[in-house]
Ligand binder design. Sequence first.
Ligand SMILES: NC(=O)c1ccc[n+]([C@@H]2O[C@H](COP(=O)([O-])OP(=O)(O)OC[C@H]3O[C@@H](n4cnc5c(N)ncnc54)[C@H](O)[C@@H]3O)[C@@H](O)[C@H]2O)c1
Length: 322
Amino acid sequence: MGKILVTGGAGYIGSHVVKLLNLKKKEIIIIDNLSTGKKKYVKNGIFFKGDIRNKSHLYKIFSNHKIKSVIHLAANCLVEESHNKIDEYYENNVVGTINLLDLMVKFKVENIIFSSSCSVYGYKSNKIKEDDNLNPINVYGETKKVCEELIQSYSKAYKFNYIILRYFNACGADLENNLGEDRENETHLIPLIFKSIQNNKPVNIFGKDYKTRDKTCVRDYIHVQDIARAHFKSLSFLRKNKKSFIFNLGTEKGLSVLDIINITSNVLNKKVRYKISNRRKGDPPYLVASSSKIKKKLNFTNKYSDPRLIIKTAWKWFQSIN
Ligand SMILES: NC(=O)c1ccc[n+]([C@@H]2O[C@H](COP(=O)([O-])OP(=O)(O)OC[C@H]3O[C@@H](n4cnc5c(N)ncnc54)[C@H](O)[C@@H]3O)[C@@H](O)[C@H]2O)c1
């Protein structure tokens, strides 16, 4: 497969992707500026502390390593924060992606896998298909949409292939408990529930006036190891087939915030207290994937995304780092 450059490989999802690529005996180069990721979670590959906005640093990496494929995860990725740091989000996510694409062209790199997000869709009320229209309602989603368009346009012009993976809600932790979510500024529901249990404080439910079954937001929760598996499958596919695709990565199951609270309480046999707060800016009420396209084209199905397993693995990890 040649060398694989993983941007954002010290982050939550990136570290799981790197672990799997290493198990599959791939040669991995990682670049991460450690803005949210942590060096201690880079356990394999050659690591460069650096920023994808720094084109000359990227140039050096591409010159010194024969990179065949890029897996591009590095980004700023918090929905609410994106509204307060619009310029930073565009610069990091969009300019960083342009730098990578320019160097891919210069060094004739054949493939890219890009971490996109269900945030590109905006308001939907049914299972979302990849060809549904894109109408992001937050800046983060807008930056991902722009990156997708850039990748498609460069690919057409310069003849490389891509797979764009639109992840829904990544969650859970490595089954061997070596990796998991560990952020300074946590905004994701499951670790926030765990924190609330640990501190004996209520967890916030942001908005209980949505037009959903129980009036809380509905999301599609996919285990991070399934996301990692989808990257490996995508890479193998690209190497063989030289065709480009966009795929959702979800489970087709919608779980509300209250469902997740109840499942957590049930799996851990602990009471979870909650309180209702205002809606967060940029949160669509309902985001659930149709997964039929990736199943059909790549024969990919999830293995680890049972909600109880998600909670069990995430809790074990949470306890080991707190
Ligand atoms: N977590 C989710 O539920 C989710 C859902 C959809 C899409 N995504 C996408 O998946 C990717 C990874 O998300 P994550 O949850 O692992 O987040 P994360 O913050 O843990 O990982 C992002 C990594 O990128 C690094 N990084 C950021 N900007 C960089 C830059 N300019 N140069 C080099 N490194 C940089 C960070 O230090 C971090 O290690 C992101 O692109 C995100 O938008 C995540």
